[in-house]
Design a protein around this ligand. Sequence first.
Ligand code: ZN
Length: 503
Amino acid sequence: MKTLRLAYARIAQETNALSPLFTELSDFERVHYFEGEELAKVCGAKQTEAQGFLKNAELSGFVRACERSKAPIELLPLLSAWAVPSGRLSSRCMQTLSERLKELLSEAGEIDGLYLCLHGAMRSEDSVDPDGDLIAELRGLLGDQVPLIASLDLHAVMTPLKASNADALCAYRTNPHRDHKTVGRRCAELLIDFAAKRKRPCHAWRSLPMLLGGGTTLDFLPPMRAVFARMKEMEKDPRVLYASALMSQPWHDHPDLGWASYVLTDDDPDLAETLADELADMLWATKDVPPPAFESVGVAISKARKAKLSRQFGAVFFCDTSDVVTAGAPGENTAIIRGLIEGAQGLTCLAALRDEGAVAQLAKLPIGSSVELEVGGKLDPTISPALKLEGVLTFSGESTGFGRAVVVRQGSVHVCITENSPGVMKPDFYKELGLSVLGADIVVVKNLFPWRLFCALYNRKTVNVQTLGVTDLDAAKVLEFNDPMHPMDEVKDWREADRRRRY
Ligand SMILES: [Zn+2]
């Protein structure tokens, strides 16, 4: 049996097009950037692929499945670059990453297949679909005969560039996402079958003019539960290789943004078309199920005050929905912290904020110092003005993943200030800074979905707090699209927009 030479790579970032910030190469290098043997090492058994985030993600899932395969395989690790969600990639950053990947692919020589791990909702300074551009350029280098499979986040934007240049696309099928490794493993199985010519990829997709819907959009709650269950059922048919429901994130300015369905079959175009239609109809049917309720800071605090039992046996968690760092927000929202200082007297509160300058200033002082300074209001002051803090410095040190950090206690509010955007989703974030999550009454997180899993042990009540920021659901409504878009416009059917979008 011929040895299959399979290459793998990742360039991934989720872009919030409303963020005023640019993402640079240093943002990738700081978080996750590996090439060649170094990449193979972090994807190896018992290693950690994404430090501070996930032990195993897509690429280690891919590698493990290739190693377990009966087919003789030579793995070619190219590069893996992964940055936290934020603003658009600068042209220079996107070009450097893309050129380096193409260079490494050329150096790898002839290959039998390529696996590309993408987010799929990336945006660069000069392209609304740099993921699609990248797939198209790699397709150009590989020619038509070498299979190219890409995995996507389920918040990706589906576009003709992606669909027509990749042989297969496989999106996460969990929200909060917890199937990174599974998706990587499935991509390996499929790529091996395509490379060995045992299966022939054939797909169909639909793009819906739909920005919001699906209630909480969690995969295990109605109405989305039925959609995810149906995809699994579809795959019981051996002709169906993979089904994806993409609930595109709403803060992207691709003019054809929207939810999408995508079905991959083994050389069965009619079946792919029928099932992609069926999935699209199922997604469209959820469009009027509203998102969870959002509260003002004042209402959130009074809810927390009343929730005595929740506070006694854990904490009330405030999801800072206007400043979701993991959906690309800058992380310097002062509104909730201001509200807590003014209105949550007597309740122990843990909150976080990004301010590199404040960290540099406070890190020079001894612990226990009385401090008085303005924090925040530097990156996007029109949305989030600076806040005056008067308190005591209780911690100074390193955080995992967010740079240096200090903690200032003002009254009963512990304000954690970090150098980089604090994507707070794990209790360890606060524990590391010397704070007790169990002893807190109110804990603020800056993440929409995964925190629910990580904080399940402590979370007794969730309050979604809306202030003002680039991850507000309303914020996306300023974007302009090619088609009338639900829910801003009344759209009777998805088919008209879909037909135009796919050709
Ligand atoms: Zn996502």
